[in-house]
Design a protein around this ligand. Structure first.
Ligand code: ADP
Length: 255
């Protein structure tokens, strides 16, 4: 184990070094403990879409389709699955950057509502396919200094979760200014989150009920990445949820 505790007294340079080594040891231990779970989850995540891509591209190459409509449908599946992989890789990449503190924000004055609308447009086909409704109420918000790509990823992860964990009803997004802060809420009418899990869902790899999350295909990285990004912006994320009723994630950002 890396966590061998060496007593560190005082506050001089040697003590500082000792503390750094200890904290590094703790991090290594944490990483080692979660590494196996993590690799299993990642392989699973990759294997499923790859199976689809392989299977449907085989069908297309052998010309085993009856109409151009069917051909298009298979291409669509391949495209969606490739996207899924690219999001996973994106999450992993973001995470590895967070890990090594290479997390530099590329800030510019951005239109938050535009970013939200882009995310809605991107996810709308999947939302409709699942028979859900998505509504938004976006009030006027001044341009704020954020990293637009990272903030887009935050909303994407939240709306994607709302979609994953909701069987019926609707997803709604609100954006408004309150007391000098920008608030964005992503609400769903989904399965909700048990009270005892509410503080843990932002942890790396944490999933409520492994099996359930695995069915919906998750790595437990989404909310971890979301929280890191929001906090890098000196913002805050909170969650409010009731089992079988739904969840609301609220992001507060400085103007
Ligand atoms: P995952 O890839 O498993 O979705 P996340 O980090 O995004 O990982 O979320 C962690 C866990 O929190 C999920 O596995 C799920 O159990 C729970 N969760 C996240 N968002 C929602 C939601 N909108 N409704 C219900 N449960 C949620």
């Amino acid at each position: 184990r890396y966590q061998q505790k060496i007593p560190v007294k005082g506050d001089d340079e040697i003590a500082q070094l000792g503390k750094s080594i200890q904290s590094l040891g703790e991090q290594l231990q944490y990483f080692e403990d979660s590494r196996n779970d993590f690799l299993a989850a990642v392989s699973h995540e990759l294997r499923t879409p790859l199976t689809y891509i392989k299977g449907y591209s085989d069908i297309l190459m052998k010309g085993m389709y009856k109409s151009s409509e069917e051909q298009k449908q298979y291409l669509q599946i391949i495209n969606n699955e490739a996207k899924r992989i690219s999001f996973l890789v994106n999450d992993l990449f973001e995470m590895s950057k967070l890990q090594v503190n290479e997390f530099v924000l590329d800030r510019e004055y951005s239109n938050i509502n535009q970013i939200i609308e882009k995310v809605i447009t991107n996810l709308q086909p999947e939302i409709l396919k699942k028979g859900l409704k998505i509504t938004s109420n976006l009030q006027e918000i001044p341009l704020i200094s954020v990293d637009p790509k990272r903030i887009e990823q935050v909303f994407y992860n939240l709306v994607e979760n709302a979609l994953k964990y909701t069987q019926q009803g609707e997803i709604s997004i609100l954006a408004y200014v309150e007391k000098g802060f920008v608030k964005i809420k992503v609400k769903d009418t989904g399965i909700g989150i048990p009270k005892s899990d509410l503080t843990k869902i932002f942890d790396r790899f944490y999933r409520v009920e492994q099996s359930r999350a695995r069915q919906t295909g998750g790595t437990g990285l989404g909310l971890y990445v979301v929280k890191q990004i929001v906090e890098a912006h000196e913002g805050e994320i909170t969650v409010d949820s009731q089992e079988n009723k739904g969840s609301t994630f609220t992001i507060t950002l400085k103007i």
